[in-house]
Design a protein around this ligand. Structure first.
Ligand code: 4FV
Length: 217
């Protein structure tokens, strides 16, 4: 079973995502165990402070090192071999091939979700991987974490129904995007399903699909 922990100031954001559809099924079939850690629980002082102003001036606030270190240490107690992954625009761009590698690995993950303008650089001493979902700035690392976790969990054997479906999909060979697909009815608003797909001639169908697979950008 793969342990996936998330350190965040907004654990409630994950309730809906972890408790429905594929993620729920993944827990049911014991493929994955989720653990949400509220960074506020490791805040300092009576007001459980987790952020402060940047040395040298500048706008906005930064996540302080102490609460993050304490939260990461707590997560490592729960899963000592886990890799710590920080969601940040400065990270390695997330790819399907990386999702496959992380799904195949037997270690768990601790995802650290940033907030505010960022975090004290010293937390990088505890971080194994920095991951970006794209060259844009979100308000927090929670949405990127959800996307990344979804791409990993659905590749864990036994989670997705048609075992094979994950293999033949986009990006899995790093190159091709999927071919066009159709279901009933055969004619919809005058638009017909390509006849070859109704032929039952699997060699012809495979040839048509290859010819109609888009090359990834
Ligand atoms: C992000 C991204 C991202 C930056 C400041 C959270 C925000 C705030 N994370 N890929 N793009 N993070 O925009 O991963 O702390």
């Amino acid at each position: 079973m793969k342990k996936i922990q998330v350190i965040t100031l907004f654990p409630e954001m994950f309730d809906g995502v972890f408790n429905s559809s594929m993620m729920w099924k993944a827990q049911e079939c014991k493929a994955v165990e989720f653990r949400l850690i509220n960074l506020r629980d490791f805040g300092l002082g009576t007001r459980k402070r987790v952020d402060d102003t940047p040395y040298g001036g500048g706008d906005g606030m930064l996540l302080m090192p102490e609460p993050l270190f304490a939260a990461i240490e707590d997560a490592k107690k729960f899963d000592p071999n886990a890799k710590v992954a920080l969601l940040t625009p400065k990270g390695e761009r997330w790819k399907q091939a990386t999702a496959q590698t992380w799904a195949d690995g037997d270690n768990g993950y601790i995802f650290v979700c940033g907030r505010y303008e960022g975090y004290d650089e010293r937390i990088l001493t505890l971080v194994d991987e920095q991951v970006s979902v794209g060259d844009y700035v979100l308000t927090g690392g929670e949405l990127p974490a959800m996307a990344v976790i979804d791409t990993i969990v659905r590749l864990i054997p036994g989670v997705l129904g048609g075992e094979n479906s994950a293999a033949i999909e986009s990006f899995s060979d790093g190159q091709t995007l999927e071919f066009p697909q159709y279901t009933r009815p055969e004619v919809f608003q005058g638009l017909e399903v390509p006849k070859v797909l109704l032929s039952g001639n699997h060699a012809e169908i495979a040839k048509w699909r290859k010819e109609n697979s888009l090359k990834s950008k």
